[in-house]
Design a protein around this ligand. Structure first.
Ligand code: AHR
Length: 520
């Protein structure tokens, strides 16, 4: 996407974005896995959020909450990362298989120092994925585990026949192996996953990955634990090690790992102890949030540039397997449980991220928002028997048809939509377009707190008609949903999109997210 931004004149009534989209020119496919999710043994995500146990009064299937499963199926959840996070590097999978009453417990030292009884383990997770229709993404333990332990887990999950781990799985009640497409080789090795240097981890990644075998036709896509945020040197160290196997480009026989991941969270401040409240924020924190959220763009491009130098054909994937807003916990809740509310501001941050992800879909193959239920920027907040859908959930729902669609890059030809204050500036308007099966989807976000905006997109190369439009907004960006008011922020039919000649004109209210459906 090319941009020619200028600063909006003070007091200007409108933000403006003009662009050109060639509907007959195919950009990269937007992998459905960019809409992935993450569920860690943290706070009330697994326990309460997904797992209530078979004896619960809440409607459940083999102990897994039906309402949460139904909500996530409705947004076409493509994959689920588990069991961490930091938890992954202290999790020993053997403790979580076999009869539940015999499973040993452990202390979850990262998250609240609570005792984990391992009642939700491998079989429960794989059953959850089956119920969701989502592909499992299992994160193995490098920080405190062994190569053998990880290798055995892969065998347990994916091998048939008379192997030791397949026999054990059968003893635990599962005859057939599962398919496990995605495998994480540790997590945040630079921090909670072992406090390693890039060089140390790079060696371990290669070693551990080698023994994660492809059994019985199951093909693992091994994801190395990459950098934090914009640590491009970490990415370079990993990429160099791959190139060292066969020259300046990734050799075809490279099988050690297939992708590297990075994490990026959005806060309102630069102070880790006070990241800002989820709901009590003013214009200043709204502004700093958007400045920080936009950093995802520079970071994805930065890692991609490093990878391009070693792997110009993008054989190795880039994965952002933790992203989203991270605020101070809700007052009165356990600080180790990372429970936060979710407002319209969070939804707009998600809209922005997806436009960046779509624009970088050549290299970026997967992304996982943190986390699915009751933790950080969640899709669902459970309140006793009620499952509250968050504003962020609605962005995933409205954008679902981008999954596996063909992207069409937007050439921006004029933009006056920037917001500036003493602490920095950010672009207030963002959009992306994709097509699939005779229709196109246009997503648009107006981040501006006060000003409405007009987006004019010249759509060329194919005939099109507006067939529908949906808007997500509220009077205030602090608006959020609760068990008492489930739809304070909810999608509504939108009449702000029209065709003028070959131009799609969309009038966006301040702080809003919209999608426009086109029939082709
Ligand atoms: O998502 C919460 C935590 O954030 C994860 O456990 C860790 O990987 C990251 O630091």
């Amino acid at each position: 996407m090319t941009t020619a931004p200028t600063t909006a004149p003070a007091g200007a009534a409108h933000g403006v974005l003009q662009g050109v989209v060639d509907l007959d020119v195919a950009g990269p496919t937007i992998s459905r896995h960019l809409y992935g999710h993450f569920a860690e043994h943290l706070g009330r995500c697994i326990y309460e959020g997904f797992w209530v146990g078979e004896d619960s009064d809440l409607p459940n299937t083999e102990g897994i909450r039906d309402d949460v499963v139904a909500a996530l199926k409705a947004i076409d959840i493509p994959n689920l990362r588990w069991p961490g996070g930091c938890f992954a590097d202290e999790y020993h999978w053997m403790d979580g298989v076999g009869p539940r009453e015999e499973r040993p417990s452990m202390v979850n030292t990262h998250w609240g120092d609570v005792v984990e009884d391992n009642s939700f383990g491998t079989h429960e997770f794989m059953r959850l994925c089956e119920l969701l229709g989502a592909q499992p993404y299992v994160s193995g333990n490098v920080g405190s585990g062994t190569v053998r332990e990880m290798s055995d887990w892969v065998e347990y999950l994916t091998r048939s026949g008379d192997a030791p781990m397949s026999r054990l799985r059968r003893e635990h009640g599962r005859e057939e192996p599962w398919k496990v497409p995605f495998w994480g080789v540790g997590n945040e090795a630079w921090g909670c996953g072992g406090n390693m240097t890039a060089e140390q981890y790079t060696q371990l990644a290669s070693q551990f990955s080698t023994y994660c075998r492809d059994h019985d036709g199951n093909q693992l896509y091994r994801i190395a634990a990459g950098p934090n945020r914009d640590d491009y040197a970490w990415t370079e160290t990993l990429m160099k090690s791959v190139a060292a196997l066969g020259g300046p480009v990734v050799p075809k026989h490279h099988t050690s790992w297939q992708a590297l991941s990075f994490h990026y969270y959005t806060h309102a401040t630069d102070d880790w102890q006070h990241k800002g409240s989820a709901t009590e924020f003013g214009a200043e924190q709204y502004h700093s949030t958007m400045v920080n959220a936009w950093r995802i763009d520079e970071i994805v491009r930065g890692h991609s540039r490093v990878m391009d130098a070693y792997d110009p054909d993008a054989a190795i994937g880039l994965v952002c397997d933790e992203w989203g807003t991270w605020w101070d916990v809700e007052p009165g809740t356990n600080p180790g449980f990372l429970f936060q509310q979710n407002t319209l501001r969070d939804a707009l941050v998600a809209g922005l991220h997806f436009d960046v992800f779509h624009a970088n879909a050549r290299r970026l193959v997967m992304a996982n928002i943190a986390q699915t239920v009751n933790v950080l920027q969640a899709m669902v907040l459970t309140d006793g028997p009620t499952a509250v859908l968050t504003p962020t959930y609605h962005v995933f729902a409205m954008n679902a048809r981008h999954q596996d669609a063909t992207s069409h890059p937007v050439q921006v030809v004029a933009e006056d939509a920037r917001h500036e204050d003493g602490t920095g500036s950010y672009r207030t308007l963002t959009t992306s377009v994709s097509s699939r099966d005779g229709s196109a989807l246009v997503s648009l976000t107006n981040l501006d707190l006060e000003r409405p905006a007009t987006v004019r997109l010249a759509l060329r190369g194919r005939d099109w008609q507006v067939s529908g439009a949906t808007l997500l907004t509220a009077e205030r960006p602090q608006a959020h949903n609760t068990a008492e008011d489930l739809s304070a922020v909810a999608p509504a039919p939108f009449d702000g999109a029209r065709r003028e000649g070959d131009v799609l004109v969309v009038e966006l209210p301040p702080h809003s997210f919209a999608t426009v459906d086109l029939s082709l």
